[in-house]
Each structure stands twice: as C-alpha cells, then as structure tokens.
Design a protein around this ligand. Structure first.
Ligand code: ACO
Ligand code: ACO
Length: 153
C-alpha cells in the first residue's frame, strides 16, 4: 500500500506548474481557473508526485479541473487515490456531485474515471478546437471535444 500524503497546498508552497501543464497544456486556461480553485498536492515521503485541482461550479457541484501524476509514478494507483481523496473531500463539504472533463482521445483517463464511478454527463463539442491555439493529439487521435463525467456523491 502506498504511503501517499495528500493535502491542501501551503500558502508559501510553489505551484507545481509542470504537473498542471501535463494535464492541461493551455497556460491561458490554467491562469483563468487557478485563482478560483484549490490545489491539493500528493507526496510520497518528501517527493511531490501528483496534484489535483478543485473548482466550485455552484453550491451543489465541484469539478476536478486538473489532475496529474509525475510521469515516473504513473500506473501505480496514485491517480485512483487522488480521485478517492477528491470524492471524500467533496462529500465531506456537502456537495451533491463531483465532475471531471477529459478529451474524446483520452482513452486511459476515460477508463479510469468511469472505473472510479464517474458517468458520462455531457459533451462540450469542439472545446479543444475553440479554446486551444495548437491542435492536441492523444493515442493518435485529435482531442476535439470535452467529455464531461459526473459522480453523484
Ligand atoms: N491508459 C490506460 N489505462 C490507464 C491510463 C492510461 N493513460 N491511466 C490510468 N489507467 C488505468 C490503469 O491501468 C489502472 O487500471 P487498473 O486499476 O485496471 O489497473 C487505473 O487506470 C488507475 O490508474 P492509476 O495508476 O491510478 O493512474 P495514474 O496514477 O497513472 O494517474 C493520470 C492517471 C492522472 C491520468 C496520469 O496518467 C497522468 O497524470 N497523466 C498525464 C496528465 C493527464 O492526462 N491528466 C488528466 C487530464 S484530464 C484533467 O486533468 C481533468
Ligand atoms: N481494445 C483496444 N484496442 C482495440 C480493441 C479493443 N477492444 N479493438 C481493436 N483495437 C485496436 C487495435 O489494437 C488496433 O489498433 P492499432 O491499429 O493501433 O494497432 C485497431 O483498433 C484495429 O484493430 P483490428 O485488429 O482491425 O480490430 P478487430 O479485427 O479486433 O475488430 C472489433 C474490432 C470489431 C471491435 C472486434 O474486436 C470485435 O468483433 N469485438 C467483439 C464484438 C464488438 O464489440 N463489436 C463492436 C460492437 S459496436 C457495433 O457493433 C456497432
């Protein structure tokens, strides 16, 4: 079992931009939601290995805007633990739903999120074409649309 310590980022702690940009390559998009979001960081002993970002949609709903695990630590169950942690925090804070969005080409993420109880709740058509200056590809497929998934708490 991983001894992962997941906690709110400290006021004086550096924002982990490398991790944030690995999940969302648009600095402009990041800068738009980060000031209104809360960052949680995950440490294995003294090593920062992952982070996720929570954003309040309204009094009922929170969204995981960004989630990323350091390349060297992927595939070890950390992503799963982050999603469980976000679910617990959202539940404890009294929210009714927790949502997350990923691209049509993000096959592994779609697998993981559904495995963790998030269900398809909508599609933002052409989201990545309209909001990103450069085309993005994953698994050889162009990221065009944002697939929204929601978990009822
Ligand atoms: N392809 C296939 N399967 C995957 C992938 C993938 N890319 N990622 C995770 N999985 C599967 C694992 O095989 C595992 O399955 P199992 O339980 O059946 O064995 C399950 O999902 C859990 O995997 P974890 O090890 O918990 O996932 P990990 O720690 O690697 O974290 C994450 C997943 C966050 C997507 C990580 O790969 C990452 O940081 N990727 C780069 C950034 C990114 O794409 N972030 C998400 C963008 S969307 C957003 O930010 C809202
Ligand atoms: N998971 C992951 N990748 C897959 C899968 C799968 N289940 N099926 C195909 N692929 C990938 C292959 O890896 C390959 O990728 P690559 O070109 O990057 O190497 C690519 O897709 C093409 O694969 P093929 O070998 O041409 O696919 P196959 O001959 O296996 O046919 C099919 C795919 C029709 C889905 C077959 O697996 C099948 O009959 N499955 C059972 C019935 C089924 O699910 N049918 C579809 C239901 S939806 C419908 O009928 C409209």
């Amino acid at each position: 079992m991983l001894e992962l310590n997941i906690r709110l980022i400290g006021n004086d702690e550096a924002i982990p931009y490398d991790l944030l940009l690995s999940a969302d390559p648009s600095e402009q998009a990041l800068m738009a939601y980060l000031p209104y979001s809360t960052i949680y960081v995950a440490y294995l002993q003294d090593k920062l290995v992952a982070q996720y970002v929570l954003y309040q949609i309204d009094a009922q709903e929170l969204e995981i805007k960004n989630i990323a695990v350091d390349d060297a630590y992927q595939g070890k169950g950390i992503g799963k633990l982050l999603l469980e942690d976000a679910t617990l925090r959202a539940n404890d804070a009294g929210y009714k739903t927790l949502s997350i969005g990923t691209s049509n080409a993000s096959i592994g993420q779609l697998y993981l999120y559904q495995q963790q109880g998030f269900e398809l709740s909508g599609v933002k058509m052409n989201f990545f074409i309209d909001n990103y200056t450069e085309p993005i590809f994953e698994n050889g497929i162009q990221c065009k649309h944002m697939i929204m998934l929601t978990k009822v708490l």
